[in-house]
Design a protein around this ligand. Structure first.
Ligand code: ADP
Ligand code: MG
Length: 145
């Protein structure tokens, strides 16, 4: 399914869809990084590892979806890193290793339902990434280059 997929690029401003207000800030990649995704990669929620400006490598969950701003013909890649940062890191270099697929995109009836799903995604990602097949990527040379 085109995984693992490695990507790096500058963190850009998203569309302020309130991810941070949901307790789940998502760092957005520019379009050129999105365009380099394998063409057959499904939209939905992925998990893997990420680093900012070649700092510590942390677990992450990523949402890949169609961007309504560009008439749904451009995908967006939004990464939530499972780490607490002191400051925003717009303009810095984000590196991600996408390792596995969690679920398809779906709609939610309420904000509570959406928040519940995100928490479920994060819990699953945490567990899966401790498995030997995945955790080995935490020290992958890609994060040291
Ligand atoms: P935007 O619409 O600009 O993407 P968000 O509300 O999604 O706004 O917040 C994303 C920003 O929050 C990131 O670009 C980054 O600078 C910052 N941030 C802080 N902590 C994290 C984190 N743990 N994971 C992802 N982004 C984070
Ligand atoms: Mg965002």
């Amino acid at each position: 399914m085109g995984l693992p997929h490695f990507a790096k690029g500058e963190v850009i401003k998203g569309f302020g869809r309130g991810s941070k207000e949901l307790g789940c800030p998502t760092a957005n990649f520019p379009m050129d990084v999105v365009h380099n995704l394998p063409a057959d990669l499904d939209t939905g929620v992925y998990f893997g590892f990420a680093s900012v400006d070649r700092g510590e490598v942390h677990k992450m969950v990523m949402s890949i979806g169609w961007n309504p701003f560009y008439k749904n013909d451009v995908k967006s890649m939004e990464t939530h890193i499972l780490n607490t940062y002191d400051e925003d890191f717009y303009g810095k270099e984000l590196r991600v290793a996408m390792l596995g697929f969690l679920r398809q995109e779906r709609n939610f009836k309420s904000l509570d339902e959406l928040i519940g799903a995100i928490q479920g995604d994060i819990r699953q990602a945490r567990e899966k990434l401790d498995e030997p097949d995945f955790i080995k990527y935490k020290t992958h040379p890609f994060f040291k280059e």
